[in-house]
Design a protein around this ligand. Structure first.
Ligand code: SAM
Length: 211
């Protein structure tokens, strides 16, 4: 993803009431953050936040946390949330490598990964958000037996991910190589990248899996 620096975004992220900051109580404290004990769903690498904002609008009884590495991208999700003011949507600016510092075991009900960065070089495989290294991190946050949904148009990354689920002992609930022409399309919420790539004719792959 090509990144355009947005001047002032770093400061805006630090000041935003919708961003949970490094210095705030968080791990084990998410019921206080949201003021209720509703289930928590997170999207890692949410980009500009269209998918997670739409989900938060549709499902007021679920709390959503969008995670994004770059302030210049996160600022777009914050701007959207400043208009929507959804009480069940918060953001974190961080590299997901550190996700275990933010959630207690069992605090997360579900993880969404959408059009994650492919890291095509073999030596960077462990940076892929579906690598066994990341799956091990997710096991430390998710409620036992819960899992994730992953969408991408990148077939190499998708095939790699399916192998990683097997290696980690995760169970696949379903797999499709063409989501938009499958039975799993019902209720699908589009992401920004999904709209872009599907409009170019790329088939969208999706897997749901749990440990
Ligand atoms: N999920 C969005 C969508 O489907 O439209 C955005 C997809 S974009 C290709 C991937 C996003 O993930 C980028 O905004 C990138 O900055 C973010 N990202 C990649 N690796 C990350 C990491 N380790 N931690 C947090 N965010 C990450």
């Amino acid at each position: 993803m090509r990144l355009k620096n947005v001047p002032g975004s770093r400061e805006a992220v630090v000041q935003s009431e919708y961003v949970v900051q490094e210095t705030e109580p968080k791990k084990g404290c998410w019921t206080e953050v949201f003021g209720n004990a509703n289930p928590i769903h997170i999207e890692i690498g949410m980009g500009k936040g269209r998918f997670i904002s739409d989900l938060a609008k549709l499902n007021p009884g679920i709390n959503y946390v969008g995670i994004e590495k770059y302030s210049s991208v996160l600022i777009r999700a914050i701007e959207k949330q400043e208009e929507l003011m959804l009480p069940n949507l918060k953001f974190i600016r961080m590299d997901a490598e550190n996700i275990c510092d933010w959630f207690e075991k069992g605090e997360v009900d579900k993880i969404y990964l959408n059009f994650s960065d492919p890291w095509p070089k073999d030596r960077h495989a462990k940076r892929r958000l579906t690598s066994v290294q990341f799956l091990a991190r997710y096991e430390k946050l998710l409620m036992p037996g819960h899992g994730l949904e992953f969408k991408t148009d990148n077939r190499d990354l998708f095939d790699f991910s399916l192998e990683q689920f097997d290696e980690a002992g995760w169970i696949k609930d379903y797999v499709t190589y063409d989501l938009h022409h499958s039975e799993y399309m019902e209720g699908n919420v589009m992401t920004e990248y999904e709209e872009k790539f599907s409009s170019m004719g790329n088939p969208i792959c999706k897997v749901a899996a749990h440990f």
